[in-house]
Ligand binder design. Structure first.
Ligand code: ZN
Length: 263
């Protein structure tokens, strides 16, 4: 399967539209072939492979390393950890199949696999929070109910909480609830990042780090966009005031005042 970089990008967009039901498979393939840019069977292979990556299923025809890397980068961006988890499973099945069948070692595919496996394994908390948020959305709780749950939390509560018969870390459940309550917005700049699946990405920071004895209660957690999170963690930070209502701090010579009220 050979394709220029530009074609790889277009292929991804079209395959996603087909996957999401915004285009039929035939319309998608016609778009390529109609423009005389790709032969129909190659277009069909690309579309099939992207579908398999999204669904965690084995694919048999291989892509070049540039395409695979591009698909992984974008699936992670558009479908978060769930998408990444499926893509990893699919690529693993593909490598097993192809190496066995062709008697080769797929060095570049293995490299992409381990690179993204590392991203996936380094963020187990984000992954878990994403899952919890999906459950919270289904439960359709009001903000008032979430506030009540957060207000009655105690540091002595069990470390693991069972929801929908699965155990989650208490801290991740708390953070997921705060994310929903605060509409996934950065508490410094109000930015929120919309993902392709319609959900939002936002990060949580512990004001007093957990390894320094900071607790896991809502009063010690703020939501930050990726830029402000890194600045908060690595910048010159001085906490000026921290109560249940307000957090005032100086960060790299700028003073901020953030409401800690749950409302
Ligand atoms: Zn921000």
């Amino acid at each position: 399967m050979k394709a220029t970089k530009e074609l790889v990008h277009i292929t991804y967009d079209i395959a996603i539209k087909i996957y999401e039901g915004k285009l039929t498979r035939k319309e998608g393939i016609d778009t390529f072939v109609g423009n005389g840019r790709m032969n129909p069977s190659i277009a069909a292979d690309f579309i099939k492979n992207i579908k398999c990556l999204l669904e965690g299923k084995k694919f048999t025809r291989t892509n070049n390393a540039y395409s695979m890397e591009y698909f992984f980068k974008n699936i992670y961006r558009d479908y978060g950890f769930k998408g990444l988890s499926n893509a990893l499973r699919a690529l693993n099945l593909h490598i097993e199949y192809y190496e066995d069948y062709q008697d080769v070692t797929m060095h570049s595919m293995r490299k992409i696999y381990s690179e993204y496996l590392k991203i996936y394994s380094d963020n187990p908390d984000e992954h878990e929070q994403e899952e919890i948020i999906k459950i919270l959305e289904k439960e359709n709780k009001t903000k008032d109910q979430i506030v009540q749950e957060l207000k009655t939390l105690k540091p002595t509560d069990p470390e693991l909480i069972t929801i929908s018969s699965k155990s989650y870390k208490r801290d991740n459940v708390t953070i997921a609830k705060i994310k929903k309550l605060r509409d996934y917005k950065c508490q410094i700049c109000s930015t929120r990042i919309k993902k392709k699946d319609g959900s939002y990405y936002i990060e949580a920071a512990h004001i007093e780090p957990k390894h320094l004895g900071g607790n896991e209660l809502p009063n010690n957690i703020i939501l930050l966009c990726p830029n402000h999170h890194k600045e908060f963690d690595y910048g010159d930070l001085k906490i000026l005031e921290h109560t249940s209502d307000i957090l005032r701090f100086n960060l790299n010579e700028t003073e901020y005042s953030i409401s800690m009220e749950l409302i």
